[in-house]
Design a protein around this ligand. Sequence first.
Ligand SMILES: [Zn+2]
Length: 352
Amino acid sequence: MRRRISSLAKWSGVTFGLLSAAAAPAASQPAAKKFFGPQKTSAALAPRAIGSYANGCLAGAQQLPESGPTWEAMKLQRNRNWGHPLLIKFLKRFATDLKEKDGWPGLLIGDMAQPRGGPMSGGHKSHQSGLDADIWYKPKPARALTGKERADSWSIKLAEKYGKKVIKENWGPQYVKLLKRVVSYPETARIFVHPAVKRALCDAAGEDRTWLRKVRPWWSHNYHFHLRLKCPVGVPGCVNQKPPPPGDGCGAQLTDWMKKIEAAERWAKTKKKRPPKKAPPRRELRMADLPKACRAVLDADAGSSGPRTQLAPAPERRAAPPSPVQPGAARAATDPNLPWLRGIAAPERKPR
Ligand SMILES: [Zn+2]
């Protein structure tokens, strides 16, 4: 079979042919998203989640079918309904369980990964290794959606961007069931929700509180929650995020989040009067920052049903590159893109 000449190979040939990798200044190297973003199909390799959620890629991805009995894939124009086969299987099982056990009509599934994972052309820092999925709070309608509906419709808002409580008219016990169900599976590493949603769950949980540990507050998740699966067992080079801190996260951690929300709202109201210092652009991940196996993923033939070549095993855990993604506390103090966070310690690491 003729080997596909990827844009990476062309770039490598031109750039590395003339300059050694070491000699090429990092700033002159194209961002890795320029190679991964335009990929149309998966790499015909054995399925493998490579690297971490925010610094990795995906071999042998499967595409979530656009419609199923209990789900619809949304925003197909983005071509982000790809994932590790474990994620596809998980979503189908979760959606079926919800319908059968909780009476939830079905899931609307937003961004997962690009066909070969990797840094996204826009919108997310994670979703790179095929184990993340954004799931809308709006339930699936009884019929299949048209292409235009998938492209144009939006989810339900459970909280305002800087809201400290959920929106009463939109919230209900069905969301407690939905979110309790998704963290009940051992495959689920954690989910990210808006802090107001976490607060509502803390209030509704009653005596059984162990499941709340996997429900982590984070910015922006007021229209959807973010599902993150653990690395499949026995996959070399797939890097898990550290488990969430012990406890239900409803005490001091949640109080800290409420303070952060207040600070963010204050900043948003006053920013026109006192514009923050112009922030330098965040450094994009380059190919040299990603695990080495990601080059083979870009170079592989297209298709998820082609020859199942095994990639050479990657080391168990690669040394962290000088990544633009920093631990939450350090980032809170230094990130010029989040000026309202200065002086407020983040309770845990940024999603990775
Ligand atoms: Zn997400």
